[in-house]
Ligand binder design. Sequence first.
Ligand SMILES: C[S@@+](CC[C@H](N)C(=O)[O-])C[C@H]1O[C@@H](n2cnc3c(N)ncnc32)[C@H](O)[C@@H]1O
Length: 301
Amino acid sequence: MNELLPALYDHLEPVALRIARRAAMLEPVDAQRAYLVDVARQIVTHGSFRAEEPSLVTPPGLEGALGWFKLLDVHLEDFVAGRAEAAEIIAEGGGRLWETFQARDIVCAVFGHGVARALAPMLPGADVLELGTGTGGTTRRMAADLTTANRVVLSDLRQSFLDRVGAELPGVPLETAIIDINQPPAGIGPFDLIFSTNCIHVARDLPLTLGWIRRGLKPGGALVLGEGSHYSEVVPSPVSLVLSLFNGWWDVPTSPERPQPGFLLPQHWFAAFEAAGYRNTSMERWTDGPRTFGGVYWAFA
Ligand SMILES: C[S@@+](CC[C@H](N)C(=O)[O-])C[C@H]1O[C@@H](n2cnc3c(N)ncnc32)[C@H](O)[C@@H]1O
C-alpha cells in the first residue's frame, strides 16, 4: 500500500465535494458537461467524501491537482452552460500547470515512483518501450537504471515531450517514437518490457490496445502499468471532476467490461488482461478499504 495516498485524497475530497455540490445542480449542454454533472451527482449522492479538510495546512505536493480544481472552481458554471470551452480553461492552466501536475504532483508521482521501483531489477540488458512518456514523471525517476538497458524507446503523441525527457537521460541507449496507443504501430518490437503510467486508460478500444502491446512483447516479456483507479464501482475518483476537461478521459467508450470512463478498477484491468491473452497477472494494490487508489500492475506475454 502506498501510505501517502489516503492522506492526499483526504485533502482533495473537500475541494472536490464543494465543486460537486454546485455542479450537481447544473444543467449540462452537451455530453462532456453531462459527464461532469453525472460524476458530481454520484459524489454527492454517495455521500462518502469528507466535507472538511483534515488539517489547516495542505501538505506540499498537491499544487498541481489543487491548481486544476481552482480553475474548475472559477469557471464551473460558465463551462457547464457552454459559455466557456474546456480548451480555454486548460490553456489558462497552461503547460506549466500540466507539468506541475503530471511530473511533480504527489498524486501522480506515486504512480511513476511505483513503476520505476517495480522495473529497476528487470532493466539490465532489456529492450524496453514506454508508452505515454509525457513530461517524464516515470522516466526521469529511472534515469540511472535505464543506462543498464540494451534499448530504450520512449513514445507519446508529441515529439516535443520526448525530446525534453530524452535530454535528461545521459548514457541511456535511447530512441523515440510517436505512438498512438489506439493504433497498433508497425515493426517496433519485440520488447522484454513495456511500461506505461496513467496512459493506457485512455484507450478507446482496450482489447485492441492490450492485444497489440502483448504481441510487441517477447515470450515471457512483461507489461507494467501504473494506473490510478476510481474509488469503487459507484464512487468516482475525485480527480474525475477536473479530468472531465480532457478529451481521452470523459469520452472513452464504455461497455460492461469497462463501465466507467477514465480510470479502471483492478477487477476490470485483470479481466481485460486475461481477455487479451496475458498470463501471470498481479498487482501492488493501493487501497484503504472503501477507497481504491490504483497501483502497479504486471501482466506477462
Ligand atoms: C497522465 S500523462 C502521464 C505521463 C507520464 N507517463 C508520467 O508518468 O508522468 C498521460 C500521457 O499519455 C499521453 N497520451 C494521451 N493519449 C495518448 C494516446 N492515444 N497514445 C499515446 N499517448 C497518449 C499524453 O500525451 C500524456 O503524456
